[in-house]
Write a protein that binds this ligand. Structure first.
Ligand code: PMP
Length: 391
């Protein structure tokens, strides 16, 4: 088990945030001990700029793009905001799905607020897949605009076939943005092969530090310049503000480590996820796995435990870190919009837990978590039955 989350704890919430990779932590510490603004002309400044260039190349290596196509941001939320604000033009369509992360959905709603007819939400099936046939239909009557579909869903792990999206969208002359936050560093992402124009990511999902991410913009993409932050003109005018040198260096180190271990990690993590599912479905045969099982991220499983509120189960197993729906919505008393879009009832959505594994997950964590979940579900069930029984 990775030492950062303590002995006796199963950390199964990589989709909320992954433990920082040792390579990234070492790079961040070293960078924080060095002085230098990457825009300064003196030697310490040039050294900082040099390190940022290396990180840009490391990320470009993970995405198979050129370093000049990367804009560093504070994370995927900012990258999504920047992408959609720039790619959407009033009067053209903005096509997305109701299962997107709020950083896309809310941005899409905000930029189309004055022309809500421009916003098209594709349906999501009970398996979590977006109806891509409907995408072709959209472009029978419209052309241009932007289509934004996530690479992998943060709650179910279900993957979007971006090649199919690209094929439909290219013929219509529209742009393609993908929120690839959950897929980058977990499965191969090759922007040239995927044929996307814009791609968002966040370092902390693949073992980098929190608070840093990037937007890839394909060279030559016809985008008006609509930065969220204006000022000193950093990042070629796309994102003003002193660069987060230590964060960017950590992102680069994590990207490099993820790239080197990608295939091997994905295989190992998928086997652990499958083992967790097997142990839970054997012990609790009425639990249901959500989402298309043969088209998912390796490390994610979304499981409904019928009649058992997820918050009570999570409270009954403090030594397992997992989450109800998405962490970004935690604190809000609303059920997961993703599960509702897939047709789950409110009660089923409220009884669903997302387990997400990653590069440092161990066999012991899975064995321990499976036992803890079975114990917690059984305990919550019997206390609910007692409360319902004769008094
Ligand atoms: N998109 C997706 C799919 C995510 O899972 C997340 C993080 N939960 C974000 C965007 C936002 O990332 P950040 O909070 O790092 O900006």
């Amino acid at each position: 088990m990775n030492g950062s989350h303590g002995a006796g704890m199963s950390y199964l919430d990589y989709n909320a945030t992954a433990p920082i990779r040792p390579e990234a932590a070492a790079a961040v510490i070293e960078a924080m001990q060095s002085v230098g603004n990457a825009s300064s002309m003196h030697q310490p400044g040039r050294q900082a700029a040099h390190r940022v260039d290396l990180a840009r190349r490391q990320l470009a290596g993970l995405l198979n793009c050129s370093p000049g196509e990367i804009i560093f941001t504070s994370g995927a939320t900012e990258a999504n905001n920047l992408a959609l604000r720039s790619a959407y033009t009033p009067g053209n369509s903005l096509v997305t799905s109701p299962a997107e992360h709020p950083a896309v959905l809310e941005t899409a709603r905000m930029v189309t607020a004055e022309r809500p007819e421009d916003l098209v939400l594709l349906q999501v099936g009970s398996d979590g897949l977006v109806d891509l046939n409907a995408l072709e239909q959209v472009f029978v009557t419209r052309s241009g605009g932007v289509v934004s579909l996530m690479g992998a869903n943060n709650e179910t792990g279900v993957l979007t076939d971006l090649r199919v999206v690209a094929k439909a969208v290219r013929e219509a002359g529209a742009l393609i943005h993908t929120d690839a936050t959950q897929i980058v560093g977990r499965l191969p992402v090759d922007v040239a092969e995927l044929d996307v124009d814009l791609l968002s990511l966040s370092a902390h999902k693949f073992g980098g530090p929190q608070g840093v991410g990037a937007l890839y913009v394909r060279r030559g993409t016809p985008l008006p310049h609509r930065p969220l932050l204006v000022g000193g003109g950093q990042e070629r005018g796309w994102r003003a503000g002193t660069l987060n040198v230590a964060g960017i260096i950590g992102l680069g180190a994590a990207a490099d480590a993820a790239r080197r271990n990608l295939g091997e990690e994905a295989e190992r993590v998928a086997a652990l996820r499958d083992r967790l599912e097997r142990l839970l479905t054997l012990a609790l045969p009425d639990c249901r796995l959500n989402g298309r099982r043969d088209q998912r991220l390796p490390g994610v499983t979304s499981i409904t435990f019928p009649g058992v509120p997820a918050d009570a189960v999570l409270a009954a197993m403090p030594d397992v870190a997992a989450s109800e729906g998405s962490a970004c919505a935690s604190g809000a008393p609303t059920p997961s919009h993703v599960l509702l879009a897939m047709g789950l009832s409110r009660e089923a959505a409220d009884s669903t837990i997302r387990f997400s594994l990653g590069y440092a997950t161990t066999d012991a964590e899975i064995e321990h978590a499976a036992q803890a979940v079975v114990r917690a579900v059984t305990q919550v069930r019997s206390s609910l039955a007692e409360a319902d029984g004769p008094r």
